[in-house]
Design a protein around this ligand. Structure first.
Ligand SMILES: Nc1ncnc2c1ncn2[C@@H]1O[C@H](COP(=O)(O)OP(=O)(O)OP(=O)(O)O)[C@@H](O)[C@H]1O
Ligand SMILES: [Mg+2]
Length: 246
């Protein structure tokens, strides 16, 4: 594991109007780390994830990915970096009225030309890769189904398959198992964790036990601040109780 950070956040504060969602956040993540973000609803986990992929800008402070300041990049370089950061959003961001294959193939969009993407909407391209990704998440038979006819858990798996097709160096996953049962949650976490060892995973989770089992580092967010940032093995039940205290 290289010790150069792949993602660095330095003294970031992020406001939505008058409301401060993140306060004075600093963290450094190196390639290959598996980091869990934990904390109560509203603590700022999704906001932090959107900051890390550059879709939100800090009000103060700086975010770097691959050694580049995200918000000073020209659009072309920004797109190059975003190709290497795949996000599974909490709201999934699937196009409901398209077939599953098109949503999975959206994982290629950073690499495909506009023309290729357009052709693929008519005659789906790279069906084998999409099928394989869907097989990994257990729903290969849904390839040609309309996405809005799938159950919530199946749609969540389509969003995961899309990021597997993208094959980025960093995966940001916002509650990727929230609609899945225990067995599927285990399988999906194993897929996310067992990708090649150099891949970095930053995953927000409601279930602390899952975070402990699959991630080597845990960041506890409380009311927009980092309460702790520690190896999972060092996280005590007192720290967790403090994190979720009302
Ligand atoms: N676009 C926005 N405009 C205004 N406030 C926002 C916006 N997005 C998030 N917030 C606020 O920022 C805070 C953090 O929200 P965020 O979605 O990051 O929490 P979370 O930890 O992901 O919660 P959950 O576990 O419920 O998903 C919340 O109080 C939320 O209302
Ligand atoms: Mg959230």
């Amino acid at each position: 594991m290289s010790s150069d950070p792949i993602i660095s956040v330095d003294r970031v504060t992020l406001q939505f109007g008058q409301f401060t969602a993140l306060t004075d956040i600093s963290l450094h993540i190196v390639a290959g780390e598996r980091v869990a973000l934990v904390g109560s609803s509203g603590a700022g986990k999704s906001t932090l994830i959107r900051l890390l992929n550059g879709t939100l800008e800090p009000t103060r402070g700086e975010v770097q990915a691959f050694g580049q300041k995200l918000h000073q990049l020209k659009p072309k370089h920004h797109r190059q970096i975003q190709r290497q950061i795949g996000t599974i959003y909490q709201q999934l961001h699937l196009v409901d009225n398209l077939r599953v294959i098109h949503n999975v193939n959206a994982g290629h969009l950073g690499h495909w030309s506009f023309l290729k993407a357009l052709i693929s909407l008519i005659v789906p391209l790279d069906v084998a890769t999409a099928t394989q990704a869907l097989a990994q998440v257990g729903i290969p038979e849904k390839l040609y189904d309309r996405t809005d006819r799938l159950s919530g858990g199946q749609q969540q798996r389509v969003a995961i398959a899309r990021v597997l097709v993208q094959n980025p160096m960093v995966i940001l996953a916002d509650e990727p198992i929230s609609s899945l049962d225990r067995e599927l949650s285990r399988e999906v976490m194993e897929i996310l964790c067992n990708c090649q060892s150099s891949r970095t995973l930053i995953v927000s989770l409601h279930d602390v036990d899952v975070a402990l089992r699959y991630c080597d580092r845990m960041i506890g967010l409380r009311r927009g601040r980092i309460l702790f940032d520690a190896p999972s093995t060092a996280v005590s039940s007192e720290m967790i109780a403090d994190l979720y205290r009302l």
